[in-house]
Structure formats: C-alpha cells, structure tokens
Design a protein around this ligand. Structure first.
Ligand SMILES: Cc1cc2nc3c(=O)[nH]c(=O)nc-3n(C[C@H](O)[C@H](O)[C@H](O)COP(=O)(O)OP(=O)(O)OC[C@H]3O[C@@H](n4cnc5c(N)ncnc54)[C@H](O)[C@@H]3O)c2cc1C
Length: 412
C-alpha cells in the first residue's frame, strides 16, 4: 500500500512511523526545510533556540509509545514556579512532589492554605483519570476559569498562579480554554516530570524522523493540491510534480488542511512571541518564572541553560521570555520592552538580545466544548485522511495520538 503524508510535524512523523512499522510504503512531503513543524530547534552562535518555549511532560501516555525517552537525555524543571508580583519574586513550591518546601511556600503570599489543599485534591482526582488525551477527559466541559472557581480556588491564587502559569501552557491568560485541557495537563504535571531534551525540543522530531528511510522524506516540497480520481483522492501535486498513492493523510495545521481538502476544521488560534537573550546569569534555579502583574508584558520566562547547559556555550547563559501577543511590534520594541520588564525582576543582570520568534499560530483555539466536535481522522472522501493536533488536542501528545490514529485508520 502506498501512502502519502502531507506535513512533517509531530502528527505527520508519527503517522509515517506507524504506517512503516505496519508495512506500508510511505512518502512524506514537507513544505519547509526541516522536520518537526512547530517543534524545531535552531542553533545560533552555539545557543540552542527552540521555536517557541515548549516543554515535554514525561507522563504523556501516547508519545512515550513512540519515543525513546532515554535517548532524548531529558533534563527536568523544578516543580512549582517563581511568581513575580509587585516587582518581588516569591517561590511557589509544589507541595505534591516537594513536601519539604511546603513550609517556605506557605509563607509565599500567592496561595492560601485552602488553595494548597485544593491543589492536592484536584491533582489526586486528575491523577486517577485514565484519559490518554484532553478530548477523552469525561467531565462537563467549561472554561478553565469556571472550573477553578467551581473547585474553590481563591481569586488571588487564580490571578497570581493559574493565570500566568496556564497562560504559558495555553498561550492565553484569559483561562477561557476548555477545562478538559486544564484537567489533562494538570494530570501530566501531577504525575510526571516537566522536561526538555538536553539538545533542544527539536530532538523529539529528529528522533521520530530517524525511523524513516532517507528517500521517504521530501523537504521543501509544498503540496499544492490533492489529485482526485472520480470521488476518491488518488495522490498529490507536490513541488509541481504529480504523485499517486492509495491514500493521502493531510497532517498540516488546521487552516492549511481546510484549504487543501475542503473539510471543515476548527477556527481560531493562540500564539506567542518568544524572546531570547544572552544574560549574565539571573540565578541558578530551574523553576519557571511567571508574571502575576495585571499589565504583564512578559508572561513567563526561564533561564533555560540552567535546565540544560547544552542550550548555551560553556560559561554562558540563555534566557527565554514569552510574550502573549505583540506580533505587530518591531523587533527592537519587543526586545526593549522585554528587557525593561525582566530587568525589574533581576536588576543586577544584563540582557543582550539574541533572537526572537513570532508564532501567531501556536495552537488551535480550544474553547469549552471544542473537543467533542473535532474532525475525525477518516473523512467521507475515499482515500483522504486527516491528522494534526486539531483532531485531538493542542499538545505534543495530542498531535502524536492523531498521527497514530490516522495511520491505523488508513490500514483498517
Ligand atoms: C509556541 C508553542 C508552544 C507550545 N507549547 C507546548 C508545550 O509546552 N507542550 C506541548 O505538549 N505542546 C506544546 N505546543 C503544541 C505542540 O507543539 C503542537 O500541538 C504540535 O507540535 C502540532 O503538531 P502538528 O503535527 O499537528 O502540526 P505542525 O507542527 O504545525 O506540523 C504541520 C507541518 O505541515 C507542514 N505543511 C503545512 N502545509 C503544507 C503543505 N501544503 N505541504 C507540505 N507541508 C505542509 C508545515 O510546514 C509543518 O511542518 C506548543 C506549540 C507552540 C507553537
């Protein structure tokens, strides 16, 4: 069986891997110059720059089926966060997995004792949930904000912790994102470690691509249209050449999939601008720094070379800062406002602009109810299949699950 996969993001790569494992002949066409889609790492002057701040959760149930986690040489963040409020930094420990830090964290002004107990209660419930993706979480779907209020968290804790912390996860501080997504990521946080591969998030994509023979992967090969034979899809036109196949899996971002296939796809997106600075060194911590100020410009930040020293040349430091929006601002303005903000938190440190990434399409929008109405992997058109985060949930785990499911549908 000959199968064409369009797009070498995590969904397309996983789909191609599963198809090959089951004996199909696979060709993967990717428009850009490398694999990974939204999960790529660039190297610049010895610094490793992920295309947007991303992390991997070791509890992801699907991706661990396809990744050799040992080979990724994972490096962990410390649980909890550093919360910045009124220009002061306070440590919010994770009482679930860092009990010795509970006492200092109770002194932090961000959370009440009731919030700590609620955190443990919600985490225990989330940990017992058997779902393998956000879409499977079996609760009445509301916004994350309503879910937090319904669970009795104080407004102060929501503002100081959940808004900026989940702002970084959902790429939106509004907390309008589906509570299924909240519960699923809460489970990941409570049951595993938050990590990055030592040599950058792009290693995840490279490892998946290593399962494909060289001649299966066609980079810089934009698929311009699908070829149709009567009512079925029979191939693609890629970089001007027609290629035939028994089945085509379109594994692009949702808007491109909609254009290529004519299938209905979810609309809307959230994104970020990721700023990278070389710094003289802010501290030695491996906690994510979150900004609880109402008028935050930088939502979250981390000296990423503390988590993996490979992200910076020896003796030097890489600091990443995430801005939720600001795509229209000039580079200099983004860097300047970023420095203005983080210098208030670390007045003794220097920040030198290195690079920035504007990513307006970071994740498809996931308002309450969205997961119940996502497209299926098998379309009504014979020979045409869909893969991509937008068929499951916006995450590494969700996109890989979608690729796996699409492959199994093709083979069925
Ligand atoms: C800034 C940011 C932060 C994130 N943070 C996290 C996180 O911390 N943890 C987490 O689990 N997830 C995170 N995510 C989400 C996760 O990265 C995505 O859900 C996932 O990578 C999407 O994979 P995909 O394969 O569905 O799509 P994509 O990665 O977008 O892949 C689609 C591919 O199709 C190619 N393509 C498009 N059109 C064509 C065409 N016509 N012909 C050929 N090729 C084409 C594209 O070039 C691309 O390579 C984050 C995403 C972003 C952007």
């Amino acid at each position: 069986m000959r199968v064409i996969v369009v797009g070498a993001g995590l969904a397309g790569l996983t789909c191609a891997k599963v198809l090959r494992e089951r004996g199909a002949e696979v060709s993967l066409f990717e428009a850009s110059d490398g694999v990974g889609g939204r999960v790529r790492t660039d190297e610049k002057d010895g610094f490793l720059l992920d295309r947007g701040f991303q992390v991997y959760f070791t509890s992801y149930p699907v991706s661990r089926r396809h990744l050799d986690l040992d080979a990724l040489d994972l490096r962990g963040f410390d649980p909890g966060a550093i919360v910045v409020e009124e220009r002061k930094r306070s440590v919010l420990a994770d009482p679930l997995r860092d009990p010795k830090a509970l006492v200092p964290s109770l002194l932090s002004n961000a959370a009440t004792f009731g919030d700590k107990l609620n955190t443990m209660r919600v985490a225990a419930r989330a940990a017992a949930d058997p779902s393998t993706s956000a879409g499977e979480v079996d609760v009445e779907d509301t916004s994350t904000l309503d879910c937090l209020r319904g669970n009795g968290f104080s407004e102060r804790f929501i503002q100081s912790f959940f808004r900026p912390f989940y702002g970084g996860v959902f790429l939106s501080r509004s907390l309008y994102t589906s509570s299924r997504m909240f519960r699923f990521t809460f489970k990941m946080l409570a049951t595993g470690r938050t990590v990055i591969p030592a040599r950058g998030m792009g290693e995840i994509s490279s490892q998946l691509a290593s399962h494909l023979p060289d001649n299966a992967l066609h980079l810089e090969s934009l698929v311009e249209e699908l070829l149709r034979d009567g009512d079925r899809v029979a191939g693609v036109r890629a970089a001007g050449r027609e290629r035939e196949a028994d089945a085509v899996v379109v594994a692009t971002e949702a808007p491109e999939a909609g254009k290529l296939t004519g299938e209905p796809v979810p609309e809307g997106a959230v994104g970020e601008v990721c700023l990278y600075y070389e710094t003289s060194g802010v501290d030695r911590g491996r906690k994510i720094i979150i900004n609880a100020e109402d008028d935050a410009f930088v939502n979250n930040a981390v000296q990423i070379s503390n988590v993996s020293e490979r992200y910076a040349p020896p003796g030097r430091h890489l600091f990443g800062a995430v801005v939720l929006g600001g795509y229209d601002l000039a580079d200099e303005e983004l860097f300047r406002r970023g420095i203005e903000e983080v210098s208030r938190w670390y007045p003794d440190a220097d920040f030198r602009p290195l690079a920035l990434y504007r990513i307006p399409y970071g994740q498809f929008a996931q308002p309450p109810g969205v997961h119940a109405a996502l497209p299926a992997n098998r379309t009504a058109t014979p020979g045409l299949f869909l893969a991509g985060e937008y068929t499951e949930d916006a995450s590494i785990n969700g996109s890989m699950l979608s690729g796996e499911k699409a492959a199994l549908e093709v083979l069925r």
